[in-house]
Design a protein around this ligand. Structure first.
Ligand SMILES: Cc1cc2nc3c(=O)[nH]c(=O)nc-3n(C[C@H](O)[C@H](O)[C@H](O)COP(=O)(O)O)c2cc1C
Length: 348
């Protein structure tokens, strides 16, 4: 199950509705749930109703979810999220995190011409890394099977990755390996805090929230320079966020971004994007309606057989079909329901 923000945990505390929502997907046969983005600290908060992964009340809520998911035989990773400068006010018009939250970013930018956040000094960098590490430890104590660092979609680690939002001249800016340093340190500290055997995945994306054609890596060689420090830091898995999982990543090859990531990193890879759906989630109607596209199942199977990726994440389709896995496994893919905006309006 792909990570999907629902903003339905009032005050940041997961409740019985959240438990039932995740348990329903687990009982529908999904193997691994990646939770919605969970905020690692007040500074990194997207919204007040996004669940926290700190504070006894929130951790108790997560424990109920983890236990319910495990009881159904599925695994669950917490997605750790720090927005950096990219607040909800810039995306959805209103920041519900509270007035006093100080915002930070690598170079006071979340896109070219879009200033946001105070430029981070070393203390800010260390503080953000520490927030991720504390969250990783809390996730382990609660019983999660691993964590996923949200390093995609223009949020904090991605603000470091992209040269258009990272203009730093210190060791966190400049070359691709320098721009990967912040995320590499986050990975290392998460491992140190939660234990070396605690699985750590990182989600990455070439595309940015204000620029779908953006590229961190222009070539497979640059991809290797970007991911190398993350591999060296001990990351266990990459989750490659694309809008269409099969789309070729670089000119002159039909390999997808997931396939290239697997090839250059040697790590297991999760692919995602428009699985069994007729449009992508950032298209004009992507969050309004997406017809089921069951014919993709053969392409997914062929891609896994070819070694393009190891896991495939289901996003909107699993909101519309809590039992997506069971239906597909039972040869009932033609019975998958259409995704509609109503699926976003409640935790069905
Ligand atoms: C309602 C909604 C919320 C999302 N929230 C997150 C999130 O919290 N973290 C994240 O990494 N991606 C998030 N995404 C992106 C999804 O994980 C996924 O990559 C995207 O929906 C594409 O998959 P799909 O085409 O199967 O829906 C969200 C997508 C949707 C539709």
């Amino acid at each position: 199950m792909a990570p999907m923000t629902r903003e339905m945990s009032p005050g940041g505390v997961p409740n019985a509705d959240n438990v039932a929502y995740y348990a329903r997907r687990a009982s529908g046969g999904i193997g691994l749930i990646l939770t919605e983005g969970t905020r690692v600290c007040d500074e990194g908060s997207y919204a007040n109703d996004v669940p926290r992964i700190y504070g006894d009340d929130a951790l108790e809520g997560w424990k109920s979810i983890v236990d319910a998911v495990h009881a159904e035989g599925a695994a669950i990773f917490s997605q750790l999220w720090h927005v950096g400068g990219l607040t909800r006010a810039l995306l959805d018009g209103e920041d519900t995190s509270g007035d006093k939250v100080r915002r930070i970013s690598p170079s006071s930018l979340v896109a070219p011409g879009c200033p946001a956040g105070e430029t981070m000094n070393q203390k800010d960098i260390d503080g953000a890394i520490n927030a991720f590490a504390k969250a990783a430890k809390a996730a382990r104590v609660v019983g999660f099977d691993g964590i996923e660092i949200h390093g995609a979609h223009s949020y904090l680690p991605d603000q470091f990755f992209w040269h258009m939002t990272n203009l730093r001249t210190d060791e966190y800016g400049g070359s691709l390996s320098n721009r990967a340093r912040f995320a590499a340190e986050v990975i290392k500290e998460c491992k140190r805090a939660a234990g070396d055997d605690f699985p750590v995945s990182i989600r990455i994306s070439q595309w940015k929230l204000f620029d779908f054609d953006a590229r961190v890596a222009q070539t497979p060689q640059e991809l290797e320079e970007w991911l190398g420090p993350l591999v060296d830091a001990g990351v266990d898995m990459f989750h490659v966020s694309t809008r269409r999982f099969w789309a070729p990543a670089f000119e002159g090859s039909d390999l997808s971004m997931a396939a290239w990531t697997r090839k250059v990193s040697g790590r297991p890879v999760i692919a995602v994007g428009s699985v069994t759906l007729g449009n992508d989630f950032k298209s004009q109607f992507g969050r309004i309606k997406a017809e089921a596209a069951p014919e993709q199942i053969e392409l997914i199977a062929a891609s896994i057989d070819r070694g393009d990726f190891d896991l495939i994440a289901i996003g909107r389709a699993i909101l519309a079909n809590a039992d997506w896995v069971r239906r597909v496994r039972d040869g009932q893919a033609h019975r998958l329901e259409t995704f509609t905006k109503e699926h976003l309006e409640s935790l069905v």
